[in-house]
Ligand binder design. Structure first.
Ligand SMILES: [Zn+2]
Ligand SMILES: [Zn+2]
Length: 144
């Protein structure tokens, strides 16, 4: 069981499952959506994702056609994204976890759009765009 929350604590969630392998996405949307060098995102089945949002703070922003990024309207923390065509698989923002989680990323994706100031870990596979599926399957994303 994993627990997480937004920065103000108004939205909390729990996940009743192990977390899959994940990657770090350096694309322009993930940089802007996270306010940092990359998004660290893991696919989570919505069936095991329990969210508590008593004050109805969660909002969605359609960052590209058919892709919704959710965030807390009080503190601005990004929580997860999902695609209209696969709403049952969310892409959780790992920075929102409260439970400790010590896996390392399997891939750095969209390195072609990374910020010039960022130094990327050279020991982890890097991809110009999407990861190859033999290295990382990015569930709930548009990975071909
Ligand atoms: Zn919040
Ligand atoms: Zn991205």
């Amino acid at each position: 069981m994993y627990k997480g929350s937004c920065l103000c604590g108004g939205i909390k969630y729990s996940i009743n499952a192990e977390l899959d392998a994940f990657g770090c996405c350096h694309c322009t949307s993930c940089r802007k959506g996270s306010g940092s060098a990359y998004g660290a995102n893991v696919g989570v089945d919505r069936a095991v994702f329990n969210i508590s949002d008593r004050d109805n703070l969660l909002r969605e922003f359609e960052s590209s056609k058919g892709k919704y990024r959710t965030f807390c309207s009080n503190c601005g923390s990004p929580l997860y994204a999902y695609l209209e065509k696969s709403p049952d698989m969310i892409r959780l923002r790992l920075g929102s976890l409260d439970t400790s989680f010590s896996q390392h990323p399997k891939a750095h994706t969209f390195i072609g759009e990374k910020a010039l100031w960022e130094i990327v870990d050279a020991d982890t596979p890097q991809f110009e765009t999407w990861a190859s599926r033999d290295i990382l399957v990015q569930k709930g994303s548009r990975q071909p």
